[in-house]
Write a protein that binds this ligand. Sequence first.
Ligand SMILES: Cc1cc2nc3c(=O)[nH]c(=O)nc-3n(C[C@H](O)[C@H](O)[C@H](O)COP(=O)(O)O)c2cc1C
Length: 130
Amino acid sequence: MRQLVYISTAAPDLDQVDIANILEASSRNNPERGITGFLIFNGRNFLQLVEGPKNSLDALMANIQRDPRHSGVVRLEENPITERLCEKWTMKQLMLADSIDTREASLDQALPEALAARVRRTILNFASLN
Ligand SMILES: Cc1cc2nc3c(=O)[nH]c(=O)nc-3n(C[C@H](O)[C@H](O)[C@H](O)COP(=O)(O)O)c2cc1C
């Protein structure tokens, strides 16, 4: 299995309905592909962690990369894993606290405990960007 983390820039006209549609497609498709993970949206950028079999991730990333709801997909992490971190999440939307001061602490709590320290740091840094 693999774990992949990427960031991207949301389309300028992206709204809550788009986010809901993305999450709806994820819960429809991800279980049969063995994909789990989470999605963070800070109002401008996405950060997504996906985990699952390499073939499933390759297919998903091919779809995601040509999705017009965002652009500029940059992979930050791609790691082999032996166990899932997000077992129960077909694609959880992790919400960011409104106040940037409390974002880091609340997201830190929400992230899976077993997340590697380096990956956790990368995600927390993203969340603190305005
Ligand atoms: C930021 C972002 C994250 C996405 N994550 C997923 C995902 O985890 N699973 C998924 O099936 N589609 C995801 N999508 C949507 C895919 O790009 C694509 O629209 C969808 O897989 C098509 O599914 P459908 O053929 O069942 O309609 C994501 C799109 C964006 C913009």
